[in-house]
Design a protein around this ligand. Structure first.
Ligand SMILES: *[C@@H]1O[C@H](CO)[C@@H](O)[C@H](O)[C@H]1NC(C)=O
Ligand SMILES: *[C@@H]1O[C@H](CO)[C@@H](O)[C@H](O)[C@H]1NC(C)=O
Length: 252
């Protein structure tokens, strides 16, 4: 291969691997939408609204061709990370779900969903759990601290100024810190947000028992805890850890 074509191959490899990240989870249901241009137009609105405001719930089209969409970034994520996440989400949901009417895609930094039925303001717990297959060594202490932290950040999330976000840490031992974050979709009332989080956390024993880390990807709320930093802002000595353990996913 001559140097120019080698360069081109590497260049395109780089573009295509850097282009769009894999989602954490996705689901597609329902009939095919005939007016598929409406999906593209809706996705444009969802992307620009999310980049501007971190959240949007809107619709596109009229009558039986109307499609409803919601998109949101996690409240702690920068504008730049939000923008690239929601653009990946819009690109990939179109590939993964083709023209299906009910489509949802979850990333760590953002969530996007559309449907030909209006779904705003309702608690929807369909989605998945992503569970670290490694267990903690001292479940009794860990589970107490985890329950306290989840309580604390859930009550933070339902305060009006929080926009559905709660996050915090708890020291498990002198060398081990627990990190927790909850995020409701911003269309929910505070009461519905509290309900979604309570269901997600209440199901910890069924899905996440004794696990070192767990993520709840519901359609109305996101809950995550880990023994390493994963949310922003990072403390001076912290860095994001993208390689911590193996996860299995369980659909809800
Ligand atoms: C998020 O933004 C930070 C700082 O701009 C960057 O270093 C990091 O790679 C971004 N993460 C993702 C997943 O885009
Ligand atoms: C972790 O704990 C769960 C629940 O107690 C148990 O079912 C599972 O087998 C454990 N996994 C490992 C790898 O020890």
């Amino acid at each position: 291969m001559n140097p120019l074509s080698r360069f081109l191959v590497l260049f395109f490899l780089f573009i295509f691997t850097a282009e769009s990240a894999d989602p954490a989870f996705s689901s597609c249901n329902g009939d095919s939408i005939t007016e598929s241009a409406n999906i593209d137009n809706l996705l444009d609105k969802l992307v620009s609204g999310t980049i501007q405001n971190g959240f949007i719930a809107t619709s596109y089209g009229e009558g039986k061709d109307q499609i409803f969409g919601l998109a949101q970034c996690r409240g702690d994520v920068s504008k730049k990370n939000c923008s690239s996440c929601i653009q990946d989400a819009a690109t990939n949901i179109r590939k993964l779900c083709s023209n299906q009417a009910d489509a949802r895609i979850w990333y760590d930094y953002c969530f996007l969903r559309y449907d030909n039925v209006k779904f705003f303001r309702q608690v929807d717990t369909s989605g998945a759990y992503l569970i670290n297959v490694q267990n903690v060594t001292d479940p009794d202490v860990f589970n107490k601290k985890l329950a306290n932290l989840m309580n604390q950040i859930s009550s933070e999330a339902v305060k009006p100024a929080s926009k559905g976000l709660g996050k915090g840490t708890s020291d498990i031992s002198s060398s081990l810190t627990l990190y927790g974050l909850v995020q409701c979709t911003r269309d929910l009332s505070h009461r519905n947000c509290a309900q979604c989080l309570a269901i997600a956390i209440g199901n910890f024993p069924n899905f996440c028992a004794n696990s070192r880390g767990c993520r709840v990807l519901y359609s109305s709320c996101y809950v995550r805890y880990e023994l390493y930093p994963f949310f922003f802002p990072l403390e001076a000595q912290e860095s994001l850890d993208h390689s911590s353990g193996n996860y299995k996913s369980v659909k809800t």
